[in-house]
Structure formats: C-alpha cells, structure tokens
Design a protein around this ligand. Sequence first.
Ligand code: GLV
Length: 309
Amino acid sequence: MTTFLYKSDPARGQLWADVFRRRAPEIDFRIWPDVGDPAQVRFLAAWVPPDDIATRFPNLEVLFSSGAGVDQFDFSMLPATLPVVRMVEPGIVNGMVEYMTHAVLDLHRDMAQYRRQQAQGLWKPLPVRTAGERRVGVLGLGSLGKAVLAQLVGLGFDCAGWSRSRHEVDGVQCHAGTEELPAFLARTDILVCLLPLTDSTRGFLDAKLFAQLPEGAALVHVGRGPQLVEADLLDALESGRIAEAVMDVTDPEPLTSGHAFWTHPRIQLTPHIASMTQPLSAAEAMLDNLARFDAGEPMVGLIDRKLGY
Ligand code: GLV
C-alpha cells in the first residue's frame, strides 16, 4: 500500500485526511509522527521535512511543500533526484488575490493618509485618481503574480510585471531579466513583491532598487522577509522615495519586539497571513497532482532545483 505522509499542522491534516479517505481510499494517509512503515512512504507533504529524510524514507518518490514556498527546505539534505513540488491550489491563489486587492485599493485610495488625518481630527480631501492613472508593478509572475495581475487589470489599474524569464499576461506590460528591471521600476507607483526567496532575490529590495521608483511610490511586500534590506526601506521612507509600505513578511518572523517596523507611521504590518494553504482545496489539488505523477505527466508546481523555485 502507498503511504502519503503529512507533516504540517495536524488539525489541518485531519481535513486533508477526510478528502483522501473519500477520494483515494487506496492511499494510506498518515499524519506525522504516525508514519507507519517508513518503507511504504512514497509521498511526503511537509512544511519542514525531517532531517534524515533520505535514510528514513528509502522509497520516497516526491516531496511536496505544504505551502507556496520551498525556501524553508534545506536542499543539501534532500536526495539530488527527488522531485520537489510547491503548493499550487485555488485557496492560496484566492487568498493572495484578496489580500492584494485590499492592499492596492487601500494605497490607491490614500486610506493610510486618511487614517492618520482622522487621528489628528483633520478633514482634508485629497485628489481622487482613477485606477487607470495608477501604475502597479508586480515582481514575480508565477501562479500568484498572474492571478493578482488578472484581478488588478480587471479593476482598471495600469499594470506591469517583471520576472527573471519572459512571460506573457493579458493586459500587462511584461518585463524580463535585469536589463528590463529599470524600465519596469520607473513606471511603478505601487510595487508588489511576490518573488520566491532564492540566492538571487535575497536583498533584492534595496536602496538601489528603491532609487529607481518614482518619488512617493508604495511597496507591498508579500514575498519573503530576507528579500528586503530593512535599513534601506527605513531610509526610503524617511526620504519620501517610498511613501507607504505594506508588509506581510519580515526577517525573522515573528518580528522582534521593539523593532522600528512595529510603530512606523508609514508601515502597515500583518503577521504572514496574506495567503494560506486551504486544506480542502489543497488536498484535492494534491490528489490531482498524484494522478499526474502516476500517469507520468508533469506535476503542477514542480520546482527546478537549479533555480530554487
Ligand atoms: C506562505 O508563505 C506559503 O509559502 O504558503
């Protein structure tokens, strides 16, 4: 019998188990630490896999991340040929679209400024701009970036995207590679970071990048904490290069107590909740992926170990 081992939040695991029982009773679905016979484990879905994965599960065929990212994996501990798959499922995508719609509209309609004005008892209308006059730029054109852009295009924003390799997205000016980054940044009023964390995106959001944005731009950071050079953001907020920042990720998490971000008047902070794997839709997507794997078809979310995403 095939064992599918789940090693993440156990309460959510129970919901996965229900879906597996209903749709795939032939699979022995187990929740860590109840691994059963380790030799039967063909599939592992984990946020953090056990260190001794290679020796403990000699017949493991695929490692799935229980979240959208795989940067929490220590690839040096994983067998070199083991396929690694990140989570792509409608619940994560929809959550990110909701968060981003909220953040971008909040920035677009100057809500942070109105909250500050209210606190001062100040009744002061600001010019109302149309969405078409607001240029949004999304860094990262994976499944999340594309879904966010489709929503923002639908709301009428002037949208562009940037990614390492060339992509096409309806209604979006797509930029690719380092050479096209300056043009992308120069036209971006609201910058959204949805990049995966890799060696080339660590420290990506730095002073050099901020300097290429228009004066008074806004940042929405939902990638990973280590992509941001914190001191450079504080300087950019101080100089007015960046007017507002919305951040869902920090380094470390939780953000340390007393950190400047907690109380900064131009930073809105959320505790890494922009989007989360939804157990029911994730288990359904997982079973679809297992069927693809067993049929020898490419799995959705299969990562390129050389690129790290
Ligand atoms: C959250 O950040 C995830 O990777 O799912």
